[in-house]
Design a protein around this ligand. Structure first.
Ligand code: TXA
Ligand code: MG
Length: 346
């Protein structure tokens, strides 16, 4: 078993990555589990530690635009537009891969997803490494992503070498992924850079899902983010999607076990009473209860609340579906996946 150390020394973390060790680090979206994308043994260990299927490509992280040639053979004009406007930030552009980056990193694809995080420790670390760093979200495959170093440790203690201690991730949902390798850009995964923002820059962008719907019998439907095929973001608890608090209450009245509810503050606040270990509505008690005043705040707290529900062995989580606009599109996608349903971008 490996000893996992929690550190804040970025030089030590960078040296470890250069030596082929596994280092988790904070980013503005979620924590990433880093490994040198040019080191086959490190990448093999990374897939094993996560329990990640080898057909799911990893995103390569860089500290700055100047490092792009370490991962990309060529950067299309569309990718440049996105990088200029949104990078560093929560965007991943899929571009042509250079030979530096191992085939195992991209699951044999000739393209590579590249991201420059907008988080000071991540940027500094990646600059110090000065190599492409493959970093999937730092969670065991299939479980909710981690937005705190404590959650990373929960999943990987004894399996990886270091965890860089940082703040809670500011955004809380993974980056927006855009395939820029074809004539028409394709949104593969919704994230904090919203479809509305993307459209102002790239009016011809299509969503992978739309394309599937429109061309369901067509050969054109090859692209895709292979990761979307796999189960994702699922807590152990049973997740039920509801449109309102009232709908959740109908189910709660029928059951005895501990339940959780995460939603938005309703326009017409109900008569609610706090209690020591939860909150009550008309005699019904929720073990864990959160209503957020914005979708951004809901997104930021989402994964950690799913994990907290599992820690408390809550049997059932009610999620109020958020509207499919702005960052709501990304959160709604993760809500559907948490419930074991395929998201709108799948
Ligand atoms: O915000 C994020 O993107 C986080 C942080 C750590 O940066 N990382 C992350 O990585 O979410 P991961 O491995 O959990 O998700 C990567 C997604 C998967 O859906 C994968 O299929 C897709 O990106 N992807 C990666 N490379 C690709 C490629 N060459 N073509 C298509 N999709 C790709
Ligand atoms: Mg992930």
């Amino acid at each position: 078993m490996t000893t996992t150390q929690i550190i804040d020394d970025l030089r030590l973390a960078a040296d470890a990555l250069r030596q082929g060790l596994l280092v988790a680090f904070p980013t503005e979206t979620v924590y990433g589990l880093g490994a040198d994308a040019t080191n086959p043994i490190a990448i093999q260990r990374l897939f094993a530690a996560k329990g990640r299927p080898s057909d799911n490509p990893l995103i390569v992280h860089l500290g700055e635009v100047g490092q792009l040639s370490q991962a990309a053979l060529s950067v299309s004009p569309t990718a440049w537009q996105l990088l200029d406007r949104f990078s560093p930030g929560p965007i991943t552009v899929v571009v042509e891969k250079c030979s530096n980056v191992l085939d195992s990193v991209t699951a044999g694809l000739s393209s590579v997803g590249v991201r420059i995080p907008d988080q000071s420790q991540a940027q500094e670390l990646l600059r110090l490494v000065n190599r492409p760093v493959a970093a999937p979200s730092a969670n065991l495959s299939g479980l909710p992503s981690c937005t705190t170093w404590q959650s990373v440790l929960e999943d990987f203690n004894g399996k990886i070498d270091y965890v860089v201690k940082g703040e809670v991730s500011r955004i809380g949902i993974e980056s927006t992924v855009v395939d820029c390798t074809r004539s028409q850009p394709v949104l593969l995964r919704a994230g904090a850079v919203t479809l509305e923002q993307l459209r102002t820059l790239l009016p011809n962008i299509i969503c992978w899902n739309d394309r599937v719907r429109e061309n369901s019998a067509s050969q054109l439907v090859v692209p895709s983010s292979p990761g979307l095929r796999h189960a994702h973001y699922q807590p152990k608890a049973n997740v039920r999607l509801v449109l309102s608090m009232q709908e959740a209450l109908q189910y709660v009245q029928k059951q005895e076990s501990a339940v959780a509810y995460f939603g938005l503050v309703p326009d017409d606040s109900m008569n609610q009473q706090s209690s020591e270990d939860g909150i009550s509505f008309g005699g019904m008690k929720f073990e864990l209860f959160q209503q957020f005043s914005s979708i951004e705040e809901y997104a930021r707290r989402f994964y950690e609340l799913l994990r907290e529900a599992d820690r408390r062995e809550i049997r059932e989580i009610f999620l109020q579906l958020v509207p499919d606009v702005a960052i709501g599109r990304a959160l709604r996608d993760r809500q559907l996946r948490a419930a074991g349903k395929e998201g709108p971008s799948n």
